[in-house]
Write a protein that binds this ligand. Structure first.
Ligand SMILES: [Zn+2]
Ligand SMILES: [Zn+2]
Length: 259
């Protein structure tokens, strides 16, 4: 049995990534995918993993940069003769079902082309909900973002390690409770080392300092910053490290972290 929890970062950028880059998305224990980035199938295959073996896809929220390559994963399942019913898709209830319904029924998996195919299992969640699998426990909390968005705490039943990830959010104090004592906190830091500007993007993103305040208050073991411009990474890590005394990183593309 694996004695460590594995987190592989496929990308850490926001909106449109730089050439060769990827938006915030990562894979836990080779089976649980968090958001899709722009290139989910290629990202998973680059790790030597069959995308058809992904069992869970968790959405933090349904802004396009977080689900834009979903159709490519669904198509892979179909063409590789994998059973879509083996794929469970979890996300915020307000947007998950309408968007997946349109994607599956009309826009992509047109019934005319795939009339007899199974569908993924769709599990809508609201902030505060939990979900249990034999391998892990999930707990959710709210984010502060223009659409319904979830933060998740993933607890690995095998190792006892926990990963809390925020998706997109402004500084939001309730995340502290969710993240408390986590082995790793993955927090967005769109504004980098600049103070959060309430006029920019609706003000509903975080700075590296916001992320560090949550990490400090929640007494997590380490902090990873994501969802920002790559050229700001170093300044962001420094700004966070001035507030939070544990290890801080801005993961590289395809970097794996073991807990
Ligand atoms: Zn985003
Ligand atoms: Zn967003």
């Amino acid at each position: 049995m694996e004695t460590r929890t594995k987190v592989t970062f496929f990308g850490t950028e926001a909106a449109i990534p730089e050439v060769g880059g990827e938006t915030a998305s990562f894979l836990i224990n080779d089976q649980v995918m968090v958001d899709t980035g722009w290139n989910i199938v290629d990202n998973i295959r680059r790790q030597g993993i069959d995308p058809g073996n992904i069992r869970y896809l968790l959405f933090t929220h349904m802004h396009h940069d977080h689900y834009i390559s979903l159709p490519s994963l669904l198509y892979y399942f179909l063409i590789a003769n994998k059973d879509l019913a083996d794929l469970k898709i979890l996300g915020p209830e307000e947007d998950l079902q309408p968007i997946l319904h349109h994607t599956l029924e009309f826009l992509f998996l047109n019934r005319k082309f795939y009339p007899a195919r199974s569908y993924p299992t769709i599990i809508p969640l609201k902030p505060g909900d939990s979900y249990d699998d034999e391998l892990f426990h999930l707990k959710t909390a709210s984010s502060l973002h223009p659409v319904q968005a979830l933060c998740y705490k993933y607890t690995d039943r095998g190792t006892g390690k926990s990963v809390t990830f925020t998706g997109d959010t402004a500084y939001h104090e309730p995340i502290t409770e969710l993240a408390r004592g986590s082995s790793l906190l993955i927090h967005e830091a769109t504004y980098g080392a600049a103070p959060a500007n309430p006029l920019k993007n609706g003000g509903l993103h975080s700075s590296a300092m916001d992320a560090a305040e949550i990490a400090k208050a929640a007494e997590v073991e380490q902090l990873a910053l994501i969802h920002g411009l790559r050229r700001n990474n170093e300044a962001s890590v420094q700004a966070a490290a001035a507030i939070y005394s544990g290890p801080v990183m801005w993961p590289e593309k395809d970097q794996t972290v073991y807990l």
